[in-house]
Design a protein. Sequence first.
Lengths: 542, 156
Amino acid sequence: MSRVKDHVPVLLMGGLLIVYGLIVQTGILLPMMKYLQTHKSMDLQMTLTLIVGGIAIAGALVNSVKEPGNSIIDRFFLQPLGGIVLILVMAMAIRWYLEPLVEIMSEALQPLLGFGIYKVLNLNYVVLGILAGVLLTNTWGIPKFAEAGVKCARFVLKMGVIMLGARYSFAELAKLGVYSVWLVGFFVLGTVFLVLWLGNLFKQPKSMTGVLSAGMGVCGVSATVAVAPVVKAKSAEMAYTIGTILSFGIICMFVFPTIGHMAGMNPVQFGAWAGTGILNSAQVAAAALAFNAVDIKTLKVAEIFNITRVLFLPIIVLVLATWFGKESGHKLSFKSVVIDKFPIFILGFLLLFGMSSAGMFSPPSHYKGKYIDVSYNDRTQVTNEEWVTLSKAMAAGEFSALTPEQLAAVKNLIEQRQIAGNYAERNDKKAFDKVGRARMTELEGVLAAAKAKELTLSSDVKGAIKHAIKQVHKKSKTIVTLTDFMIWFFAFGLIGLGMQITKKAITQAGGWPIVMGVIAGITKAALSFFVVLWLVKDVVLN
Amino acid sequence: MFKHILLCTHGTAGAQKAEAFVFRQSAADSALQVSVLTVLDEDWRLMTGDDWLNSSKTHTAFLDHVEEQVSEEIGEEWQRIRDTYPAASEAVFLQRTGSIAETITRVANKLHCDVIAIGPYQKSKGIFSHAEKGLRARMKNEILHPLLPCPLLIIP
């Protein structure tokens, strides 16, 4: 009986999800969904809630009658089920309700404040998810039933990165790889040596400067955790360093995207800057998605930089181990320093990249590996900025020279924020597709007329229409599905990691680590900002 | 008056006031039994923060290092106590891992202590102050008080 009681929260969540899915199916919520601009995800909401709800109830019932075991199903599904369901419920609530509400409230408050909170703080579902995780863990705490599941976030985020591997071409990876190796190499080594020099200048213990240099230089808390045993860091040194890195990283997560937008950075530049300047790799992913959550260009660039940094970690550990070993006479094996620290998930990333490059995800029917996808999908939308540009141009009468068909296509693009068929016909895939493709043809006609100087459009308007057309050109159905999963994996992983950022860990920041960390962190962020703007040009990303 | 005092210390200035008081009592009353408890804060496991890149092996290595390091620092504190107070040679020294309030009350209960002695509330030092050992942590009265199995003595 007590075991049943332990699983009541999961049963309740499962039940509520199924009830919600059934309510969505009736269409009662459609007016509210239209108000929140989430009606296009209606089918997804119904399917996802029914599936997750069903799995939650089935799993909780099994857990209620079955003795906990140590099999793969127990460890990877039954035991973490509560946490997985909790994070999924949070992700759905944030994606479909909280983010649209924050956007609506932000727009309502804009005349009063003079700026949009949503835009300035980049409060999209990723940032809101992390904040919700941080808030939960620091107020009520992680519920007992969810503890095991929350730990899955690390694994799920790694799965997200592995899936991201399918989204690169050889050309992209080669070009981004060159940028990342040079930039990361320079800034990682530069920051490590800057902190070691500061430590020497301020006469700080080698163990402290060693652990701080890795954290500030390579990948934040991950590097600190890997290096602390190697340099024999003292308890206060570890606590102060981790606190400093977490605090600095959270500030960066909010500040970087805002500065990136203000400086007019393109996705490649921002991805490169975030991947170089932000300390914690989870916060790099969050900042990239905060900068641009509509498509995944920024994330693709940032993750290449992230991966390059991670590959530098064993090298830095080896350097610090040698440096510290000389002082202490302590010797470490190559295996314990390099092989044990090698991030194995990167092999998965490379495997997916290899499979994708070999054409395994693009059947011949998708001409040249591309097909037109006008179905409802968040990643086929235009960005908020582009939507505002188009709306203003429409209000200013910039489209008056268009043919009635072209004008209707532009109006529909503004209304739906993407090229698509009619909402009412979404269940008739053939009709929906036909209308969507016709609209795309009309918009291509608009661009052709502008190019032939038959009509005058501003470059921003042309750019927005061009992007809308590009958004519906997809690589392959398999890759679209993988990307859809990947976005949910990232959202899941980042909410779960948010739950592992505690107030107690952040408030450990202090002492010399905060002085040296702030000097090194700001120097790295500022220098990398200018270097990226100077050196990194746009790379054509698919 | 008391038969068995549980002295809780982690070596801060406040805790040292409690040490001085308890060992003064112990020197005056040879029948008084003193147990010195230092808690290794279980929240160290949360200090891996949002790290997701490392394997569980690296996490375990980090937590093992933390335990080894903190135990070493606790050993140094105990040695300081033994060097400072001759009466401490009779005391029993204990190190336990867990949340602070729960561990103190659990140990007091298990040892049948009739009083728990701790130092006074210490104002937080500025973030730029010299590093102190261990994690910065505070016990919450609302958590500690309902769990107390015996009187709590706070030495000002």
